[in-house]
Design a protein around this ligand. Structure first.
Ligand SMILES: NC(=O)C1=CN([C@@H]2O[C@H](COP(=O)(O)OP(=O)(O)OC[C@H]3O[C@@H](n4cnc5c(N)ncnc54)[C@H](OP(=O)(O)O)[C@@H]3O)[C@@H](O)[C@H]2O)C=CC1
Ligand SMILES: Cc1cn([C@H]2C[C@H](O)[C@@H](COP(=O)(O)OP(=O)(O)O[C@H]3O[C@@H](C)C(=O)[C@@H](O)[C@H]3O)O2)c(=O)[nH]c1=O
Length: 296
């Protein structure tokens, strides 16, 4: 079986490759080989690929910049996804695609809120979320396609918020982190595990659908950063006296000079639906902390 992974240099792409089951041959075209900004490039590549399944990890992920670079975000997160969906449908092969918690407007910033379920109405509050919403809806127009909404992804691969926090702490910088934004962190290695568990069903013709996939626990940005610092201390990478400074989103926005997009206050994802399909509970995001820190 031949699988095409688009965006294999990103953190989810690298996690998928690091756990690639030996049963599959994989093609990983580079950004320049299949540039999502070039209409027709994706279909031309997939047409000659002899793929049995496509996994799309490409995204325009810069939440703040997306507010001004709307055409770029729209092209990569929505229009290019439509092109993948149409090509996969014509070739009669399934697509695995990723969406985000930022399709939701957010609930009040309280750790006691119930995580979002798939049945709840989206309503993005920023352009990144809006473009991802259009992309996921295009993918879901074909029943064979699987869309996994993931959130606050971190890993030992590529650039991500977890690495940013760890690097700043390692440099001894004072790190101010918001206590009033809640979400569910997701370890990219766990995303890969789940994808490879579901691929055999998809290849056998099972329906895809929409599922939430996260580390199954709502925490604040501050709690996530604290967990990373605790791991740095545990691995003796920073001294035990290192302390984070609690802040609020409003203070964080006020302290930055560049324009900031609005973000949901609480966007944790509830994963019971996916756990049922997998026949096992989702793993905690905390399983990825040791790998994150060891990789820096
Ligand atoms: N990161 C996060 O916190 C979250 C991510 N997601 C979703 O998960 C999925 C995977 O994200 P993640 O792995 O973090 O993303 P990354 O930002 O780590 O990787 C993005 C990938 O897209 C590629 N890419 C960017 N622009 C183009 C283009 N014009 N043409 C072709 N390739 C391009 C990059 O290639 P190169 O590096 O070579 O330029 C890279 O391989 C995405 O759908 C994302 O929206 C959802 C929620 C949270
Ligand atoms: C870097 C930093 C962030 N923050 C807080 C404030 C702000 O709300 C939020 C922004 O951080 P980031 O820019 O890293 O996060 P952001 O880019 O908004 O992260 C999102 O990325 C996209 C791709 C997704 O799909 C989402 O699931 C989510 O992971 O974190 C701090 O409080 N202190 C800091 O030093």
């Amino acid at each position: 079986m031949q699988i095409v992974i688009l965006g294999a240099t990103g953190q989810v792409g690298q996690a998928l490759l690091s756990q690639l089951p030996s049963a599959y041959r994989v093609l990983t075209p580079s950004h320049s080989e299949v540039d999502f900004l070039v209409p027709g490039a994706i279909s031309a590549y997939l047409d000659q690929s002899a793929a049995n399944l496509v996994i799309n990890c490409v995204a325009y992920n810069q939440v703040d910049k997306a507010e001004s670079e709307t055409a770029l975000a729209q092209r990569i997160n929505a229009l290019a996804v439509e092109e993948i969906v149409n090509t996969c449908a014509r070739l009669h092969i399934p697509l695995v695609h990723f969406s985000t918690d930022y399709v939701f407007p957010g609930k009040p910033a309280l750790s006691t809120e119930q995580p979002y379920l798939e049945a709840e109405a989206p309503g993005p509050v920023n352009f990144y979320g809006q473009s991802k919403y259009l992309g996921e809806q295009a993918a879901l127009s074909v029943p064979a396609n699987l869309v996994l909404r993931v959130s606050w992804v971190f890993s030992e691969f590529a650039r991500n918020m977890g690495q940013q926090i760890a690097n700043q702490a390692l440099q001894g910088k004072i790190l101010q982190v918001a206590t009033d934004q809640f979400g569910s962190p997701t370890y990219a290695g766990h995303i890969a595990e789940v994808v490879w568990a579901l691929v055999p069903e998809l290849l056998a013709g099972a329906e895809g659908g929409l599922y939430h996939l996260s580390g199954n626990e709502a925490v604040s940005r501050f709690q996530l950063a604290q967990a990373i610092v605790d791991e740095l201390i545990l691995q003796a990478r920073v001294g035990s006296a290192y302390a984070l400074v609690a802040t609020t989103q409003a203070q964080w926005i006020a302290s930055t000079t560049s324009p900031i997009a609005q973000r949901p206050n609480f966007s944790a994802l509830g994963c019971a639906h996916l756990a049922e399909r997998l026949g096992r509970p989702l793993k905690s995001w905390r399983v990825g902390l040791a790998a994150l820190v060891a990789g820096i």
